[in-house]
Design a protein around this ligand. Structure first.
Ligand code: HEC
Length: 147
């Protein structure tokens, strides 16, 4: 009896989870992705500024997050998600999808390049930050609305 109710609770738990995921539209998804990218850049920034010790594993993890996230990010803008969930995406995303995708790919490619030769010390991470950081503002300027 007890086992049965545990199993049932597990099933109900899983159902609850899938409902929650289904309710998260692309607007929420892409904002989460940007937060992840922001967090990854922040981790690199901590090392670059000397607030955190250099650790190759941390650098690799941050670059991997940026690379994989930026490959998925531009696909989170299907028609009909121009607004909602406090989205700050600008109409330009849907007007110039090719350029928008290219800008996302540029950042992913930059991260991949760095992953191929992971920065080996604080100064290297600082240089990587500069290479990556420029691409954020370059896209936000056109494709993210200021609120
Ligand atoms: C290809 C374009 C593009 C690039 C490159 C890009 N972003 Fe964004 N970013 C956006 C768009 C579009 C939004 C608004 C998304 C929305 O609200 O629907 C956004 C939103 C954000 C947000 C707010 C997320 C939230 O909480 O709603 C943060 C933080 C952010 N970006 C950080 C970064 C950082 C850091 C980088 C560079 C490492 C970066 N972005 C690179 C397009 C881009």
């Amino acid at each position: 009896m007890r086992l049965k109710s545990i199993a049932l609770a597990a099933v109900v738990g899983c159902l609850g989870l899938s409902v929650a995921v289904a309710q998260e539209g692309p607007q929420v998804q892409r904002q989460k992705q940007m937060k992840a990218v922001g967090g990854a850049l922040g981790a690199l920034g901590g090392i670059a500024k000397g607030e955190k010790p250099y650790e190759a594993a941390t650098v690799t993890a941050a670059l991997t997050t940026i690379s994989t996230t930026m490959k998925a990010f531009p696909n989170q803008f299907p028609a009909g998600t121009e607004s909602g969930a406090d989205s700050e995406a600008a109409p330009a995303v849907w007007q110039n999808p090719k350029d928008f995708h290219a800008k996302a790919e540029k950042l992913a490619a930059e991260a991949d390049k760095l992953l191929a030769a992971v920065p080996a010390d604080q100064a290297g991470v600082g240089a990587a930050m500069k290479a990556l950081g420029g691409t954020c503002g370059d896209c936000h300027q056109t494709y993210r609305m200021k609120k």
